[in-house]
Each structure stands twice: as structure tokens, then as C-alpha cells.
Design a protein around this ligand. Sequence first.
Ligand code: URA
Length: 434
Amino acid sequence: MNIIDIIVKKRDGGKLSREEINYFIRGCVDGSIPDYQSAALLMAVFLRGMDEEETFFLTHAMAQSGDVLDLSNIPGIKIDKHSTGGVGDKTTPVVVSIAAAAGVPVAKMSGRGLGFTGGTVDKLQSIPGFQVVLDEDRFMDQVRTVGAAVIAQSGNLTPADKKLYALRDVTGTVENLSLISSSIMSKKLAAGSDGIVLDVKCGDGAFMKTPEDAVKLAETMISIGRSAGKKMSAVISDMDQPLGRAVGNSVEIREAIEVLQGAGPDDVRELCLELASEMIRLGEKAEDHQSAMAAAREMLDSGRALEKFGEMIRAQGGDSRVIRDVSLLRKGECRTEIRAGEKGFITAIRGQEIGEAARLAGAGRLRKEDDIDKTAGVILHAKVGDHVEKGQLLAEVFGSSVEKTELAAEKCRMAFVTGSRPPAGHPLIYRVLR
Ligand code: URA
């Protein structure tokens, strides 16, 4: 077998065999296939596509390219959750706490933020003392005793994805259904859970701009998961404006805790309940959607999910007093306001611009090695559909330097679109694929 034949076969629209895909992934990781040939094959896949079987073989080979977690020593049906990425997405701490409180073990590995989207790991690290690097034994032990752990992805999980993602990023080959699905699902398969609930975002602040494309991505990932023997479910949710009101790190954890306390924005609560109820259903702690939803509400309303979050924080070395006193989560001391330039209805809040604004304030990074300011972020005071008067407060930007908050405020201002008529409403949750 040789890589040139494989590239030519895909370039001409052929179907790659399992052996050819395994050969490519092995060579890509051990360095025997140089980057220029891997990049050529990625472009051929981008242009010609892969069918369902090829996509599964690719995902499987990527998942097996490094460590694969074995969670079989943890009793129960372990359920993972993944979001395809959005702005203001602070669902993980809430959803994991609800599911774990309902008896579903959650062993979750999360990513760091890059570009305009934030990462759960960075957000959790805004809790004083919270450790996101645990060795495997401690991670498993915590899932066994507390019921949940959320840590940073370990060093040697899916090295093939690290390599291919870096190449896709610089060769214009990111936005391909098979390549996105295999990248996400390889990490989920290697993380070893028995089931996965996907939150597939669609809209301005997401990879997939329309519900139809988001459904296609969800169906591809569900098919991969089921072929690997996993229980799968996907929620298609709106990302045409940021989720909730807070975008950043400590400000998002504050908002997540407010939701766990029974308050917080309705959209965050609704989406968290939907995702958590799917986890409860897949984890067989409820028979159907209705009873799973009732269980999720009960965990939230009784405060048991909040207590579970406190337990998880303590187990990971963090200061669990934050669950009662969110002021322990620091907000940047410099603050710049954004006020409405005219009266009217807010017809759009572009998620990507708000994400960029939070990054400019210091909350995000452009390169993997950049430091971030956990106290920086944006708080929205108006959401799509609200009527505002001229001069009304639309948003605040927090950070540790006035230069940064002012720069971020400029960007933030550009995110708000005002019109004279109320916008056509659209749902927060488009569909649930069960
Ligand atoms: N997230 C991933 O992990 N991979 C992709 O390709 C896109 C989003």
C-alpha cells in the first residue's frame, strides 16, 4: 500500500477501504507520511467527501491512535455530553451536575477555548483552586465516589485528531461533515463512555449556520456512535445569539451557578434541562423523555444538582463556597458600557462578534499558548426581541485593563442589530434526535 495511490483514489472520487484509512492514520501519527501528503488527502476528502462507512473507519482509526479510556470498572451506564461549540455555552457544569445527581455517572473530558469560542476547562479554572488535570486513577475514583468529574483532555488521547485538526486549520479543510464528525466523535469514543448526548449548535455563532446542516452533522455523528455500539442522542439548538447573558470565564460560571440555584436565564435553564434529561434517559435512570425531564427538574429544583456541583468542585481541589457566594468568582475591575444608539427592537446579537469582544477583553486566546484573563467577559443586558430606548444599557464589558475593555466594547457594539419591528422569533431547541 502507498499513500500516493490512496490520495489519487480519493482525488478521483473512489471509496477508501478500512485498511487504506488505517494505513493513512498510522503514517500520519508516526510521521512516515509527511504533512504535505496528509494535507493533499484531506483536501481530496474535503472535495470528494466520504460515505458513512468510510467516515466510521476514519473515526475508529483516529480514536484508536492513542490512549483509550476503559471506564468498565465504574459501575453504571456512563454518559458523556458534547457541544459543537458556541458563545456563552456554560451548560456543562449544570448538565453534568443534574445528570450525576440523578445517578448517571459522568466522566467528562473538555477542551480549552480557542478563537471566539470559550472552553469549559478555562471556565472551570476560574473557580479558585479547581484542578483540571487529574491522573487517570484519581479521575476514575472521583467518578466512582462523587458521580462526576470534568477534566482537561489528557496528553495522548487521539493524537491523530491533534495532527489532522492542525493541518485542516491551515489548509481550508475544516468545514467538512466527515472531517468534523470524525474529529469530534474520535475524542468521544476514546473517552470511553457508554453513551453520548450531543448539543449541535446552529446559527451565526456556530459551525453549522442552518438547522438542516446541523441535523446532517448530528445524524452523521449519531451514525458513527451507534456503529461503535454507543447510545446516542442529539439536541439541535440555536446559536443565533449567545446563550444566556454572560460570555467569558468566571462570569459564565457565575451564571451556571445561578441556574443551579434555581434562577439564571430561561434559555440556559431550558437547554440544560433538555440535555440533562437526555443523559438521564440514555443512562437508564428514567424510562422515557417525560420521566427523564421530571427527574432533571427535580434535581435542579431541590438543590441536589447544586450540591453535586459543590461536591465535584471540592473533589477537584476547588473552593466550593462559590456555590453559595458567586462573588468569590472575580469579575474584572475595569468596566465599559455599551448603550443603544437608537430606539428600536434588538433583531440580532451576532454571537461571533460577542465572542471576539470577550476575547479582546482578555477572556479568550488566539493561539493555544496565550494566557487568558479569567475575570474578563461580557454581560448582555438586552437580548433578541427586547425593545430598547436610545441610551439604554445593552451590555457591559469587564476586564483588567481599560484599553482592552474599550477595544472589546467597540466589537461588542457591532454585534447588536436594531430594527423598527420585532424580529421573527425562532425556537431555542429546533429538534431532538433520539
Ligand atoms: N470540534 C472538533 O473537535 N473538531 C472539529 O473538526 C470541529 C469542531
